[in-house]
Design a protein around this ligand. Structure first.
Ligand code: ZN
Length: 125
């Protein structure tokens, strides 16, 4: 069995920013824009939509990191407020930009692996 026939772990494929079907092809063509198809296996990514999920997880994680950081900088290290806030905002922006691509890729890979799709009214009735 070739490597293309084995589906990789959704977590591994997502964290490596690779196709969730084959684990080989690059998932992104831009910073957060998925390719239309996998260049290795041809999997169709046009219907990929992880919605607001990645941003929500990233906000929660980054907030949990930078809020204590601000308190430590301002009260622990006794930095001036403007400097502590500047450092904290820079850290927040950098962390958000760094974490969004892997989180979006992991959520998309989990959706792909579990064949999750939009629920429709017909699904409920
Ligand atoms: Zn692929």
């Amino acid at each position: 069995m070739s490597a293309l026939n084995e589906r990789p772990s959704a977590w591994v494929a997502g964290l490596k920013l690779r196709c969730p079907q084959c684990g080989q092809g690059e998932l992104y063509q831009g910073y957060l824009k998925f390719r239309e198809r996998c260049r290795a296996c041809g999997a169709d990514f046009k219907s990929a939509d992880s919605g607001d999920g990645p941003a929500v997880f990233v906000i929660l994680i980054v907030g949990a990191i930078v809020a204590p950081l601000l308190i430590i900088l301002q009260y622990g290290l006794d930095l001036p407020g403007w400097l502590a806030l500047t450092i904290t905002m820079a850290a927040a922006i950098a962390l958000c930009l760094a974490l969004l691509p892997p989180f979006k890729a992991v959520l998309f890979a989990l959706q792909w692996t579990h064949k999750a799709g939009e629920a429709t009214r017909q699904d409920v009735e």
